[in-house]
Ligand binder design. Structure first.
Ligand code: GTP
Ligand code: MG
Length: 436
């Protein structure tokens, strides 16, 4: 069972200070600009809001490099302590991944709880998980995040106590904690494997249909598009990570060919790799897809960066070479229509849509139809004229090109979903037709 979210346990919202360090001595030569730092903090603020915290202050420090003991400089930590005292903030959220020692040192100085971006995201996932699979995946990610940190916590205590012997109580406690965590990790992995196997069997059942997956940064409108295109009722919200599970629905293309559309978890930059690893089963839906609809929020100031982050995760999932269709969503919010050349310059070739007003959706359906056609197989079959059921199935799994009655037989030329075509092989009169 997933542990309770730490941020949400209280009835009063936590008051949070956000902290970002901009290091000026970067080896790769790229120094973070003020705009980039702001965009990153805006996203951290949205994450904090999603977790139920109220952001009372933002602190940015420019510094040559990370301070090993406190991440930000010592003087900045003292300033943080004053800000916390003045604003009544009880939570400090760093836009970075901190070591346990850094967390402890800043906590001691400020008397506020310190968490990092990864913990915040894990927390939101824990809160948002609805299905058993999602809950187990989040718990696994949390444990994998915590396990290497256990050692450091105890090592610190040992030192404080003046070096008790190697097999002292701290060391024994550490061993016990680690064993318990490792056992739980193994149990979770096994249970998740069982769930994945069950799902794979279900997926094999629908292997007769082409699958299209919605992918994209969190909050771009994937679920809203899913609902608008298929009439599904997936939960949408103007907060991050509204969706953690995969939902699949039938989508009817303009020529009647039915394909499957899958909506799943959104991505974020620097997605904690524990999460990617733990959400493998959910992301399997993306890996199994024939076509990806990469949804972008065109109105987001960081849209181009978000696209890059999504492509990064797709690469991690080994899906970067799958055919992609770019969907530029929320176009109803644009102050003025974007000239096509500007769109192409910023995003590449894409279709402007609005899940809210329905603008561009028929274009999108049309483009999906054309893309799906490239995987259709030409067949010519013969069925009894009375066999309306088979004719209907052929119509749903592709495009009927020509029908011809010959006595009590019906000859049907069709372009069929390559996954479905083998099903009608016994009815086939000619292996292939030449023209489409
Ligand atoms: N104005 C406008 N709002 C939209 C549009 N599409 C989605 N939204 C809103 O944007 C917010 C996020 O939409 P979702 O569909 O939940 O986004 P998502 O990509 O599924 O997000 P996650 O599940 O969190 O990854 C919601 O408040 C939607 O109502 C659109 O085309 N126009
Ligand atoms: Mg969603």
């Amino acid at each position: 069972m997933a542990r309770e979210s730490k941020v949400w346990q209280r009835t009063e919202p936590e008051r949070a200070v956000l902290v970002k360090l901009v290091t000026t001595a970067r080896q790769d030569g790229h120094v973070v600009t003020d705009e980039e730092a702001k965009a990153s903090l805006d996203e951290l603020a949205a994450l904090a809001d999603t977790a139920g915290a109220v952001v009372v202050e933002r602190v940015v420090q420019r510094r040559g490099e990370i301070h090993p003991a406190t991440y930000i400089g010592k003087g900045k930590v003292r300033e943080l302590a004053q800000i916390c005292a003045m604003t009544g903030a009880d939570l400090i959220i760093f836009d970075h991944e901190l070591s346990p020692a850094q967390v402890r040192n800043v906590e001691n100085e400020t008397q506020a709880r310190v968490i990092d971006r990864t913990e915040l995201i894990l927390d939101i996932f824990a809160r948002r998980a609805r299905t058993r699979q999602a809950k187990l995946q989040v718990e696994l990610a949390q444990l994998r995040y915590e396990l290497p940190r256990l050692r450091h916590l105890w090592t610190h205590l040992e030192r404080q106590r003046g070096g008790i012997g190697l097999r002292g109580p701290g060391e024994q406690q550490l061993e016990a904690d680690r064993r318990r965590a490792q056992q739980r990790i193994r149990a979770l992995e096994e249970e998740l494997k069982r769930i994945a196997q069950r799902k794979e069997q279900q997926m094999r059942g629908r292997v007769m249909m082409t699958t299209i997956a919605l992918v994209g940064y969190t909050n771009v409108g994937k679920s809203a598009l899913m609902n608008a295109l298929t009439g599904a009722a997936v939960f949408t919200e103007n907060r991050l990570f509204a969706t953690l599970d995969a939902t699949t629905r039938v989508l009817r293309l303009p020529d009647g060919h039915e394909v499957l559309l899958t909506d799943t978890v959104g991505f974020i930059k620097n997605l904690p790799h524990h999460l990617v690893a733990s959400f493998h089963a959910t992301l399997e839906e993306v890996r199994a897809a024939d076509l990806l609809l990469h949804v972008v929020d065109v109105t987001h100031p960081d849209a181009a960066q978000q696209m890059k982050a999504v492509n990064g995760v797709l690469k991690e999932l080994n899906c970067h070479e799958k055919p992609q269709l770019l969907v530029l969503n929320k176009c109803d919010l644009l102050p003025a229509p974007l000239p096509p050349e500007e769109i192409r310059r910023t995003f590449g070739e894409g279709i402007l849509t609005s899940a809210l007003t329905g603008q561009g959706l028929s274009d999108l359906r049309e483009r999906m139809m054309l893309l799906v056609r490239q995987w259709q197989v030409p067949v010519e079959v013969e069925i009894p004229v009375t066999d309306g059921r088979t004719l209907g199935e052929i119509g749903r799994h592709g495009t009927i090109v020509r029908q011809q009655v010959e006595g009590d037989r019906l000859r049907v030329r069709a372009l069929l979903d390559r996954r479905f075509a083998p099903r009608v092989a016994p009815l086939q009169v000619a292996k292939k037709i030449d023209e489409k």
